[in-house]
Design a protein around this ligand. Structure first.
Ligand code: FES
Length: 103
């Protein structure tokens, strides 16, 4: 188990970048207060995944595709590319002190 952060480090509606098993990853605390994490590498061509708080979606900056925060599934792909899979989810655990861990 690897400690990523404490819940107080991330505001509701915000995100935090971290490294998971050598890959870029992103922790998101949604406006509904769900906590989710994904490998922040786009399954299409490896673009950087960022959190767009304004629209509550994860965004691939390379081709501007969007992913749902709840499960990483494809919300909308850009006109330029056809995506077949969503983001790889990282299961999280939170302890009594509100520390957040990835496996
Ligand atoms: S690299 Fe993300 S949609 Fe192409």
């Amino acid at each position: 188990m690897e400690r990523i952060a404490n819940l107080r480090d991330i505001k509701q509606g915000g995100s935090l970048a971290f490294t998971y098993r050598g890959e870029r990853a992103i922790l998101v605390r949604t406006k509904k207060d769900d906590l989710v994490a994904y490998v922040a590498v786009c399954p299409h061509a490896g673009g950087d995944i960022e959190w767009d708080e304004g629209i509550d979606k994860l965004l691939c900056e390379t081709h501007m595709s969007l992913f749902n925060a709840e499960d990483g599934s494809i919300y909308k792909h850009s006109k330029a590319v056809e995506l077949s899979e969503g983001l790889a989810r990282i299961e999280l655990t939170i302890d009594d002190n509100r520390n957040i861990y990835a496996p």
